[in-house]
Design a protein around this ligand. Structure first.
Ligand SMILES: *Cc1c(COP(=O)(O)O)cnc(C)c1O
Length: 393
């Protein structure tokens, strides 16, 4: 008997329920083609939308920054970890997002965990979209604010909740993902923004899947809706389209000043590494300079989604490059994903309950700017072969 015997039981349960996720190990850099277990596979499941994770110009900037600043920041930012390169990145993020100021965190998850509890606390209320990302949910928990969940994509249900519960809190916050990662649909940010003033509440949008994808040169969801200067708090990540790691919150100078005094990942966790910081700075410079990567991403996404629809596959009502192919049955979905990987060398991740509701299991296909037309055709063929072999269609 050991005190950790329950761990065996937990693992056993996960395996029995078909919820134990094997972790595949990449033996090459992130990109359209990767090597796993010695085998080359077509990678259709990364968030590396623009291919910036392995872009030569970005890599060069990282190496140069390491030569200049070393590999680590050496301290939390409030003590001795803030380097001029962090300040440069914050200025760049703010101008890219058309915001007054920005604060860089070590990750998107930490940006949500750090910021939300500064905005609201236990005498306040939060109105949270049903499908919000786990890091928003954890940020809300840390805040201790009272939480009301409104229906996915429903402005009406949000307003109903605001009417009934807004007065229960001193301060109030509406929080939503901009792009929903499991369906690829886009939050009705414009309509939510209109409710904001009517109900005297703050509004926070998480643009993790919008950066590099939506808006002019990939500026994100706020730009997409033409709401520059109107949405007060925008959060995002550097780990998806921007190809590196880190996260940020952009807003007014005063909000950023306060976050620097209060946000716990800023105060109690060491600063983003200088190399990563420089990489992100370069990625944004590339995006500002030319929009060809964003254009290529959309061209690929449109081609792929049309191909799936023409072949008779059912997609979600996606409005972004996120391409969820709905199979329905959980077991069939896992089988198809396995088939694609083993027989076709196509790596695409199955998404099943509890990540999505029962009966709408899917394979989420993620095209990027670095996929070729041939890669996309191969993906479509692989799905058709798999669907036939497994009698899915
Ligand atoms: C990926 C993601 C995050 C977390 O970002 P990281 O930088 O990877 O920690 C936060 N919110 C949403 C909506 C995401 O999709």
């Amino acid at each position: 008997m050991t005190s950790l015997e329950w761990v065996d039981q937990e693992l056993e349960n996960l395996k029995n329920e078909g919820r134990y996720v094997p972790i595949r190990i990449l033996e090459t850099s992130q990109g359209a083609h990767v090597k796993i277990e010695g085998k080359e596979v077509l990678n259709m499941c990364s968030n590396n939308y623009l291919g910036l994770a392995n872009n030569p110009e970005v890599k060069k900037a990282v190496v140069e920054a390491i030569d200049e600043y070393g590999i680590g920041a050496g301290a939390v930012r409030s003590i001795a970890g803030t380097m001029e390169i962090h300040m440069k990145l914050e200025e760049k993020v703010a101008s890219f997002k058309h915001m007054e100021s920005a604060l860089v965190y070590q990750g998107g998850l930490l940006a949500n965990l750090g910021t939300i509890p500064v905005l609201v606390s236990k005498e306040d209320v939060i109105f949270s979209e049903e499908l919000n990302h786990a890091s928003i949910i954890d940020g809300m928990r840390l805040s201790s604010a009272k939480r009301y969940v409104y229906d996915h994509m429903s402005v009406e249900n949000l307003e109903k909740n605001l009417k009934e519960h807004r007065k229960e809190g001193k301060r109030s916050l509406i929080v939503t993902d901009g792009v929903f990662s499991m369906d690829g649909d886009i939050a009705p940010v414009k309509e939510i923004q209109e409710l904001k003033d009517k109900y005297d509440t703050m509004f926070y949008v998480d643009d993790a899947h919008g950066e590099g994808v939506l808006g002019k040169n990939g500026r994100g969801i706020v730009d997409h809706f033409g709401l520059q200067g109107k949405v007060e708090i925008e959060m995002g990540t550097f780990s998806k389209a921007l190809g590196s790691m880190g996260g940020f919150v952009a807003g007014s100078q005063k909000l950023i000043d306060l976050l620097k005094q209060r946000a716990r990942p800023f105060l109690f966790s060491s600063a983003l590494n200088p190399g990563d910081t420089a990489g992100v700075l370069k990625s944004i410079e590339i995006m500002e300079r030319d929009d060809s990567l964003v254009k290529k991403l959309w061209e690929n996404a449109n081609f792929l989604q049309k191909g799936f629809r023409d072949a008779g596959f059912r997609l979600t009502s996606t409005k972004t490059p996120i391409t969820p192919v709905v199979i329905g049955d959980e077991k069939k979905t896992l089988e198809l994903s396995n088939y694609l990987y083993k027989n076709e060398g196509v790596f695409a991740s199955p998404i099943v309950f509890p990540t999505v509701a029962k009966g709408v299991a899917r394979i989420r296909v993620m095209p990027s700017a670095v996929h070729s037309k041939d890669d996309l055709k191969r993906t479509l063929e692989a799905f058709e072969n798999g669907a036939k072999a497994l009698k899915i269609m």
